[in-house]
Ligand binder design. Structure first.
Ligand SMILES: Nc1ncnc2c1ncn2[C@@H]1O[C@H](COP(=O)(O)OP(=O)(O)O)[C@@H](O)[C@H]1O
Ligand SMILES: [Mg+2]
Length: 338
């Protein structure tokens, strides 16, 4: 059974703002699916339709075969949702936040205590369960929120930008917990992110979304393979051929490389189809011609390259521009709650 099935989904906001533009995709049960795209791409809008918080303008969406527009209460029993902005209450302790959610989710009185304790344990928050959430680090708040969304043991968990604004250590810890939920509890996870490393670290499949449209969906490895080229960067002593280095190297490596560029006097970068496989042949050819290879770095294509190929824009540049804005947004929400 498919966890999610979306067909020709569009969302147009007031003022004719096309947030989601005729997207179709599905997500198999049991996987971690990542929706990767820059700010404003339509990620949150898509999630909000799937979790029944907003209605699509066109198209259909099913979660475990249930129509999101027709049976929203059935959907809400099956899913957990952590919104992009901070939702935990800073004036309450971690335990109290969980208790509130347990009541909201109608977890029977007799089972609440145990379930909350389990979740605190799973999310690594037992030690701090009686501290006010306002004193938590960003990563702890996020783990608490994921815990709140997991109390009723949903089959499918939606995480909207789970690590936005977290430092690398906090981010890593959240990743570990997400992975644990997926492997131990078999929870299907749908997450959005504008962090390339996050998609790479967590996701079995990635959908790249940009300006409301999905450009491609595949596994991280397949996406990188489609890019094809990687790089081989070398520091060379060209001896007598220093002066006409570019010409000399081009003719020597014809057929082995796609292109080359000079990074400094001795440093060269070759663009290479399947870099790891071709690198040894390149080095062999160079040394056969008495060129001394002083340094070598081989890089396979990255997800960043794939993103560039499929959207024509660089995600990281775009993301850093918006990072501060998102952080401020989260802080503001947090303040309002505390
Ligand atoms: N409630 C809303 N009303 C009007 N426009 C909106 C609303 N929510 C989002 N948008 C717009 O829709 C587009 C997609 O937004 P969103 O789904 O939040 O993208 P993402 O989560 O990928 O950053 C953006 O241009 C955004 O400004
Ligand atoms: Mg968003």
């Amino acid at each position: 059974m498919k966890a999610i099935e979306v067909k020709n989904l569009s969302k147009i906001y007031k003022g004719n703002i096309m947030a989601v533009d005729d997207i179709s995709f599905d997500v198999d049960e049991g996987i971690i699916f990542g929706f990767l795209g820059p700010n404003g791409a339509g990620k949150s809008s898509t999630i909000k339709i799937l979790v029944t918080l907003t209605k699509a303008t066109e198209g259909t969406a099913h979660v475990f075969d249930v129509d999101v527009t027709k049976e929203s209460s059935k959907i809400r029993e099956m899913i957990g949702y952590v919104p992009q902005d901070i939702s935990a209450d800073g004036t309450l302790t971690g335990y109290e936040n969980l208790l509130l959610s347990a009541k909201l989710y109608d977890i029977p009185r007799g089972k609440r205590e145990q379930r909350i304790e389990d979740i605190l344990e799973i999310m690594g928050l037992t030690q701090r369960s009686n501290s006010l959430v306002a004193t938590y680090s960003g990563g702890m708040v996020r783990r608490l929120e994921i815990g709140q969304a997991m109390l009723h043991r949903p089959r499918l968990l939606f995480l909207d930008e789970p690590t936005i604004g977290l430092d690398p250590a906090g981010r890593k810890l959240v990743w570990e917990h997400i992975q644990k939920l997926n492997t131990d509890d078999k929870t299907t996870i749908f997450l959005t992110t504008h962090y390339m490393e996050e998609a790479e670290a967590l996701c079995d499949r990635i959908g790249i979304i940009d300006r409301g449209k999905i450009s491609i969906i595949d596994s991280p490895d397949a996406l990188k393979e489609m890019v094809g080229v990687g790089t081989v960067t070398v520091v060379l002593d060209l001896g007598d051929h220093k002066k006409n280095g570019e010409q000399y190297l081009s003719s020597l490596l014809k057929g082995l490389i796609v292109s080359l560029s000079s990074l400094s006097d001795e440093k060269w970068r070759f663009t290479v189809q399947n870099a790891p496989q071709h690198a040894p042949k390149i080095i062999q050819t160079l040394t056969d011609h008495d060129i001394i290879v002083k340094d070598l770095e081989v890089k396979s294509p990255t997800l960043e390259d794939a993103f560039l190929k499929f959207t024509g824009t660089k995600l990281e540049e775009d993301a850093s521009k918006n990072e501060w804005k998102s952080l401020k947004g989260r802080r503001r929400t947090f303040k309002r709650l505390t």
